[in-house]
Design a protein around this ligand. Structure first.
Ligand SMILES: CC(C)(COP(=O)(O)OP(=O)(O)OC[C@H]1O[C@@H](n2cnc3c(N)ncnc32)[C@H](O)[C@@H]1OP(=O)(O)O)[C@@H](O)C(=O)NCCC(=O)NCCS
Length: 177
């Protein structure tokens, strides 16, 4: 099968990505996840793996944000919404899409590190791809509560330029991803 991998504008490509989100996380599944009810930011860019018919098989969202680390402003990046359609898994699509996201961030050059948040059962997948646990506290904003501790899913960090923090207090300075 021929596939295509592209890095696209986040808002413009949402209609392509949405059917994949609906298939992997339909409402009854979403309701059971540890992050049910949490408001998330929209991706600035999306890596999409599509089949010949243009259907999305795999998605990785890319975010850029000036966060604070121990009160200091730091340009960081986020990865979120990593998902592959159930019938297209274990073909390396998520690994390829993650690589494309990391290459995009390295090329763009402003972020010192990337962060993602994941459930315990996906930890081995990311640890095997060079993501390291962040052993600190995360704060983020939520529409009604304002600034809150964000601990529903655990933070992992990918070092982009050899200066990634491993501990401390990170404020995402906006909605989580
Ligand atoms: C996790 C996920 C994105 C992986 O997608 P994928 O396209 O199958 O990933 P790849 O093909 O690149 O890599 C799969 C490899 O990682 C391994 N892997 C996949 N999920 C894993 C997990 N949770 N823990 C450990 N290894 C895992 C597979 O065994 C496979 O190894 P293999 O190629 O030797 O068989 C996919 O399983 C998925 O969409 N899950 C549901 C949504 C989800 O939980 N997303 C993560 C949100 S943080």
């Amino acid at each position: 099968m021929t596939i295509e991998i592209d890095v696209l504008n986040g808002d413009a490509s949402w209609p392509l990505a949405k059917p994949l989100f609906d298939a992997v996380w339909p409402p009854h599944v979403l309701a059971t996840l540890p992050w049910a009810g949490i408001a998330f930011a929209h991706a600035e860019f999306r890596v999409l793996v599509q089949d010949e018919a243009g259907e999305a098989l795999c998605h990785v969202g890319i975010y850029r944000r000036d966060i604070t680390w121990n009160g200091r402003k730091v340009p960081a990046a986020g990865i979120g919404g990593v998902l592959t359609r159930a019938d297209a898994r274990s073909r390396g699509y998520a690994s390829m899409a993650l690589d494309a996201a990391i290459q995009t961030l390295k090329h763009e050059g402003s972020a010192a590190f990337a962060m993602l948040f994941c459930e315990p059962h996906n930890v081995p997948f990311y640890m095997g791809r060079n993501w390291k646990p962040f052993d600190g506290e995360i704060f983020a904003e939520q529409p009604e509560q304002g600034r809150v501790r964000f601990d529903a899913i655990a933070p992992y960090i990918y070092d982009l330029r050899g200066r990634a923090p491993q501990t401390g207090i990170i404020d995402l300075c906006g909605l989580p991803w």
